[in-house]
Design a protein. Sequence first.
Length: 172
Amino acid sequence: MKKNILKFIIIGIYGLFLAYSFIFNNKHGIEIGKNFYLYMIEMIKVLPSAFILIGLFEVWIKKETVEKHMGSGSVFSGFIWAILLAGTTVGGLLTSFPVAVSLYKKGAKLSVIFCYISSSAICRIPMAVFEASFLGLKFTLIRLMISIPLVIISSILLGNYFEKKEFKIINN
């Protein structure tokens, strides 16, 4: 109950700040309001279709398939599958976390899940194409050749650490 009241208070203060900014022509507040509006519109465009795809992933992909290709039995192929799946992720990290939870529930290794989350931040195909068009193909390839091994190594280290600590996601 107290958390809900606190959330309403914080949202109210934010709303008052935006109203104050527009009334008294506070340039920084107006810019914050415009950025919030544009980001909200972008999320309204992306999230419904992304969550439909996540729901279809939940239903169509069997637990056995994830366990076979991304579970404890997979050695290096799990990381390749995670990077390929992350490359097709729409909506960036905002949509990759629900997919990561789904992978966890279906039996994927923690290190593979960490690899998926990290790769969805740096290896998305549309982002790479956009980057290559502005910064050049050579830059994009060098960045990916450096980033992907670092993502895999850090994912393995994090996964091993959390597995030693017997980490579990608690369902509410």
